[in-house]
Design a protein around this ligand. Structure first.
Ligand code: DQA
Length: 142
């Protein structure tokens, strides 16, 4: 099984970025964690990160016919992007949405997720472990 893992804007600054919320580990550590979690459960992953909405839309479109599923942390675009929602609906791959923090208990503007309108599962507030849980869920769909 091939899963495209997408991380959105500012997640490349993990470690530096609001460590009280997002933790002290950096983005390289998250990438290592995702790769080792995927290897442990027998899933092939490709990792993609962008700070640009259109680049994320392009990556989702390019996943069609290449990947079996998508794991996405859309970061701030979670709450704003109809374009990312539409791209996910267009390619119609099994999709899990993951957030490091629990967006339901933060500011009001973070409580709505466009991506949740398509994603088959949303995992919030579990830090790095949420990515592993998401990969396990996608694997269980096979
Ligand atoms: C986030 C939550 C979003 O609200 C925020 O904009 C992010 C990260 C998370 O992983 O908790 O950039 O997706």
């Amino acid at each position: 099984m091939k899963v495209l893992v997408i991380n959105g804007p500012n997640l490349n600054l993990l470690g530096l970025r609001e460590p009280a919320l997002y933790g002290a580990r950096n983005f390289a550590a998250l990438q290592d964690f995702i790769r080792s979690s995927a290897a442990a459960i027998g899933v092939d992953v490709e990792l993609f990160q962008s700070n640009h909405e259109g680049a994320i839309v392009d990556a989702i479109q390019a996943a069609y016919g290449v990947f079996d599923a998508i794991l996405i942390n859309p970061a701030a675009y979670t709450h704003t992007s109809v374009a990312i929602l539409d791209a996910l609906k267009a390619v119609a791959l099994p999709t899990v949405e993951v957030h490091l923090t629990d967006i339901s208990t933060r500011e009001e503007f973070r409580r709505f997720s466009f991506v949740s309108l398509y994603a088959q599962k949303t995992i919030c507030g579990k830090g790095f472990d949420g990515y592993k849980e998401g990969l396990e869920y996608l694997k269980s769909l096979q």
